[in-house]
Design a protein around this ligand. Structure first.
Ligand code: NAD
Length: 361
């Protein structure tokens, strides 16, 4: 694998490898872009089959964070870490677990604040507490901004309201049918908001306990995991897996809107974004829709400490940003995610320009 070639392709700033033989820690951090501010992104702990697979994942995820934070208007760049291994094995040994995460914390400290970490798939708040024993460049700590999922769900809901306004002329989900795929952390809180609004909810999940909770609390209808794509609904909300918008599922969709919290919903962005547009289905770009969590966690870095009111105001803005994107893409014929990409890139370019003011001749 030619790593420099991969980095040049999307202008990545830095790719760092770290190992600690004693604890077995093998970590890779990618800093994609720090023009808008220090890079921020969670640490994914995953049993990658190969080192190359981990590198490709960290590069893709770090770049995604640059766009997510840029579009959300945050003073942050994009970065991400991956750890190669089995998080469940590590949790069985509390002494090793502390040492492992403190070793990771020392490594993050060595990046001098160019990268700020947080929890992600396979990591736990307690792991971040250990990281924090060695560095302050970590967010999502207990007693501060807390679990990001309700905020991610809230942002997703705001994005959905904007899509409803664009398609039906009214930012109202009462009586609309929403098919929620995955009622884990984000999907559950989204159902709660939809239920309050009087929407009809159809769900699918592989976790029976989660399903029961949603049936009991919100009176949802349940369908099989492969049936969620073809149910009669107004909105399909992917809140579980990536790449569920693909050649197999697009022909089955009966919705007018795709808007959910999952990352990387389009299997091949250009191909499947275009296929949705051809079917006149509105696609809410995922990295804007699910930015509520990163917006909330970023407020831990604000002067004076975490401020939930300010965070909620910022999450509210997802509504207007989504409306802008839908309007522009309708006027230009651009795919919605391309419009969103362009807005993020324009912001980065403008700030890059002002950063050279004092060195310009
Ligand atoms: P989670 O693991 O809590 O929930 C995922 C749910 O999907 C689980 O209940 C799981 O049983 C279910 N699921 C798994 N396979 C399924 C299938 N084939 N069909 C239906 N359901 C299935 O994860 P989460 O934190 O809720 O995140 C959900 C998605 O949102 C992920 O793509 C994640 O990357 C993205 N996301 C989450 C956050 C956040 O704040 N948690 C922020 C941004 C993006």
């Amino acid at each position: 694998m030619d790593k420099f070639k991969l980095m040049e392709e999307h202008n990545y700033e830095q790719l760092c490898f770290f190992q600690d033989k004693g604890t077995g820690l093998k970590a890779i951090t990618c800093i994609h872009n720090t023009v808008l501010g220090p890079s921020l992104g969670g640490t994914r702990f995953w049993n990658y089959a190969t080192e190359d697979e981990a590198v490709v994942d960290v590069l893709r995820l770090a770049r995604g964070m640059t766009y997510k934070s840029a579009l959300a208007g945050l003073p942050l760049g994009g970065g991400k870490s991956v750890i190669i291994g089995d998080p469940y094995e590590l949790r069985k040994d509390p002494i090793k677990r502390e040492a492992f995460w403190r070793a990771f914390g020392r490594y993050i400290e060595g990046l001098s604040g160019r990268y700020i970490t947080a929890e992600d798939v396979g990591t736990h708040t307690q792991d971040m507490v250990y990281v924090n024993m060695e560095t302050n460049h970590v967010v999502g700590l207990p007693g501060r901004s807390g679990d990001p999922s309700p905020f991610t769900a809230l942002g997703t809901y705001k994005s959905m309201l904007a899509c409803a306004k664009h398609v039906y002329g009214d930012a109202d989900l009462k009586g609309k049918t929403v098919a929620v795929q995955g009622v884990g952390n984000v999907g559950y809180y989204l159902c709660e908001l939809l239920h309050k609004d009087g929407a009809n909810i159809i769900i699918s999940d592989v976790n029976e306990e989660r399903i029961k909770q949603c049936v009991d609390e919100f009176g949802v209808e349940v369908v099989g995991i492969n049936d969620i794509y073809s149910v009669d609904c107004d909105i399909y909300a992917p809140c579980a897996l990536g790449a569920t918008i693909n050649d197999d599922t697009i022909p089955a969709l009966k919705c007018r809107i795709v808007c959910g919290g999952a990352n990387n919903q389009l299997k091949v962005a250009k191909v499947h974004g275009k296929a949705l547009q051809d079917r006149k289905i509105i696609y809410a770009p995922d990295f804007l829709t699910n930015a509520g969590g990163v917006i909330n966690v970023s407020y831990e870095l604000a002067e004076g400490g975490y401020n939930q009111e300010a965070s909620l105001r910022d999450i509210d803005r997802i509504y207007h940003r989504m409306l802008d994107i839908l309007r522009i893409s309708e006027e230009t014929g651009q795919l919605t995610f391309e419009t969103a990409d362009q807005m993020a890139e324009e912001r980065i370019a403008a700030v890059r320009d002002i950063k050279s003011i004092l060195t310009r001749r």
